[in-house]
Design a protein around this ligand. Sequence first.
Ligand code: EPU
Length: 420
Amino acid sequence: MFLEKLEITGGNRLCGEISVCGAKNAAVAIIPAALLVEGVCRIENVPDIKDVQLILQMLTHLGAKVEKLDVNTIEIDSTSLKTHVAAYDMASRMRASYYLLGALLGRLGKAEVALPGGCNFGQRPINLHEKGFRAIGAKVTTIRGQVIATAEELHGNSIYLDTASVGATINIMLAAVLAKGRTVIENAAKEPHVVDVANFLNTMGANVRGAGTDIIRINGVEKMHGGAYSIIPDQIEAGTFMLAAAAAGGDVLVKNVIPRHMESICSKLEEMGVEITEYDDSIRVRRDGAIHGVRVKTRYYPGFPTDMQPQMAALLSTAEGESTITEDVWDNRFQYIGELQRLGADIRVEGRSAIINGGRLYGAPVRATDLRAGAAMIIAGLAAEGKTIINDPHYIDRGYSNIEVRLRSIGAKIERIYEV
Ligand code: EPU
């Protein structure tokens, strides 16, 4: 039995070009969305990450035919499904398994999926997903850890989301695209991956309007058809590489990005003193001198993304002066701070805020406590003096493909090591 770890030798400037993969949180919704389609969906720019492998296995278990054409292209044929019950072992291991509920309910009128797992940062209820399903005619119960949704007929309705939840917005879209009549989601999430899922559904014959605004209108269609779709670049992966370049210093061109999705991140980096140049589909990040502390508050899109919060804390731990990060989306997303402190970061948590006094970081053994916390450890390790060992890198592999190979291509000293 080997223990995998990432070993980073910090203090090297990063230089060169790095390309961003397809968006994880779009992929883990679009793949289940293919269950709604009687026909072949060809999906391109699929990131080669653990969460995608897991959701594809779940589709195969349900009877969909999944074919991998190359490392980033798949075909899914859900014409004949054999069950509406998702495998517990897989569903309970990831958050996005909740999309199987909306997709199976929409396609078959019934779905059984274990309560979802995924990164643990406070309560992660699915009451708004359930509220939406009920509003369009489903009965939803939870029995022994299984969420069971059934409907004789799904019909359009208006749903107001008390919180602009990404998951609930997407799940209600999935359940409603084949329902009778019009469904309206008010206070919908506006994240880029919500728009991407809507575009995928429309390419396959659905009629979804308004994604990217507060109000999404879904006109139910009788049937959807196959087609080809390419997933958008990952906003969070792009942001992670940009912050890595800012933390280590250097000159990096981050390619295959949609600059509009990166505005909140670019503007914070510029405020810190990092030089940013935007091109059509790439962003250049240059840092030579010192960077200064800033105030950051996570918000729903187009605000600063919560999924960049730990990486930003790592970067700000190296900035001059005091910074404050306020987490507005999740109740408890500061568990990783103890790990940054092992590297010498001066951070204290007060309620929903972390107050950071920037300084030098020194390599040490740390742990990836979840996916983005793991990304934060990489950023801190690249900036730290000496060697950092990151334990539990499997969390990082859930959302970043071949992270060490890609970072090495821009000059990072990072290796995957295997200890007995
Ligand atoms: N919420 C409710 N009720 C619900 C659903 C959500 O109260 O039924 C609350 C949550 O407790 C939270 C807020 O609404 O306070 C936002 O939750 P949201 O539903 O938007 O989050 P999610 O869909 O579970 C997705 C991403 C997360 C990302 C959040 C916020 C996926 C698979 N996950 O989660 O991504 O943090 O949106 O942008 O899309 C990550 O990629 O590392 C990650 C955790």
